[in-house]
Write a protein that binds this ligand. Sequence first.
Ligand code: F6P
Length: 561
Amino acid sequence: MDRDTVRRVSNDDLDITATAAWRDLVDHQRELSGRQMRDLFAAEPERGRDMVVDAADLHIDYSKNLADAHTLALLATLAREARVEELRDAMLAGAHINTSEDRAALHTALRLPAQAQLQVDGQDVVADVHRVLAALGDFSDAVRDGAWTGYTGKAITDVVNIGIGGSDLGPAMGYQALRYYRHPRIRGHFVSNVDPGDVIATLAGLDPETTLFIVASKTFTTQETLINARVARKWLLEQADGDEAVIARHFVAVSTNAAEVAAFGIDTDNMFGFWDWVGGRYSLDSAIGLSLMIAIGRDHFADLLDGFRRMDEHFATAPIEENAPILLGLLGLWYSNFWDAQSHAVLPYANDLARFPAYLQQLVMESNGKSVSRGGRTLNAATATVVWGEPGTNGQHAFYQLLHQGSWLIPADFIGFAEPLTDLTTPDGGSMHDLLMSNFFAQTEVLAFGKRERALKAEGVAPELVPHKIMPGSRPTTSILAPRLTPSVLGQLIALYEHKTFVQAMVWGINPFDQWGVELGKAVANARLAVVTDPESPAPLPDSSTDALIRWYRAARGRTP
Ligand SMILES: O=P(O)(O)OC[C@H]1O[C@](O)(CO)[C@@H](O)[C@@H]1O
């Protein structure tokens, strides 16, 4: 399906805020805003059992949201008005859903089984995906079992992924999340920032004879990645007496751009490809995941892909009312568009998921941080909120105060696991993991139900302290539980948020697969470099602030004319 057909299916002219469903939601929010969460539970005592959805291995309780059965019915109508299901089917079939770049957005094809069929633009996508997966698997086996060696014949002990944005956040997050599954000899490192401190700190602890660099960049033109890769190349050559032949043992590339890879000096035999229909922030499960595959092995990587696929299947087949990504997408939109929520917290009760909120920041905010529709019309509704978060219980001792008693409504996702991958016993013989999870349950309970004046007085709290101790409650949370943090469950979680993000974009009528807003900053940074470095640069910049700041910087660096 080409982009013009996508535009017709999606009805690019639709202003979702002008629909009857939207107006009904505005009215409904007014009614609901006078009710407390505890009132909703009193009216629907079985909410905790009814408002749950099981998707693959995830058990999701959305009962502690400011929504009742009527809200969900209205939100489902809104999704139907926006043709979310038709657009989902179009995306999964390879339609050019990325209309501004006239491309498919087919990250779901990266996890199709080998026997699946999908032809897109004349290309057998599944065969291509599995050809690259096999090459990645063979290479990661060779690195892991020591058959692939450095230039002095030693096995690789350190793998450095050099990439940024989608070419960094996914592998870095996954490497941390799947700590338990890592190869005992091989350590992973992730260099992304153009701040020299990043690459310096990483290289400081490494041995060039046993270090493998993966230069990961979809375009292979990204400033940060190419500079860091050049630094690493120089570092290696210095140790290897300038022998360029060593590069082939220590550098591989992951990219869609073979010409630039070759121009950089990496043999394209050492390149693993992917395709323009894989967006950067949707690329962990493409060759961009190579560093993760080396860390956890091809079989665990296959489990990760299987987890993604299981969530894809749920998303593709479950009716709106039981479809986890659609429900979470609609609830998120309910808060941002009808309750003025401006941020959304993601709170994993798993230290290994510490980078998950940062990963979601790119996924959600680069995808849906837009203000015009696919057809170029300025939107009348707010789009993506700020995503943020830290693992519990650390966050409890930092920012939860604001969640509980602050003046903003901040919906939060709590993510927790039944079984830890490793547990420790407390002095009284209990489980540390039980302590962690009792905090999870306590927080969602207190956020929902708070503590009332009456209860405080009954406890004999001093009258002057009562206002300070009142916990308003009615703070919405969604609880996402899974048996344990396995590769499959990580894949399910990522796919859940990918599809949630897609659903919201489709309701707002935006294209979540482009990122034009990032480009101008890159172009201006390149233009400003000359001014930053040249003390003779005479022409004042158009604005007095940037001009004075750069002059101050130049003087501080001793760059005076
Ligand atoms: O993989 P590349 O081409 O180096 O791009 C890195 C990142 O830069 C962006 O284009 C913009 O920040 C992201 O979308 C992308 O993930």
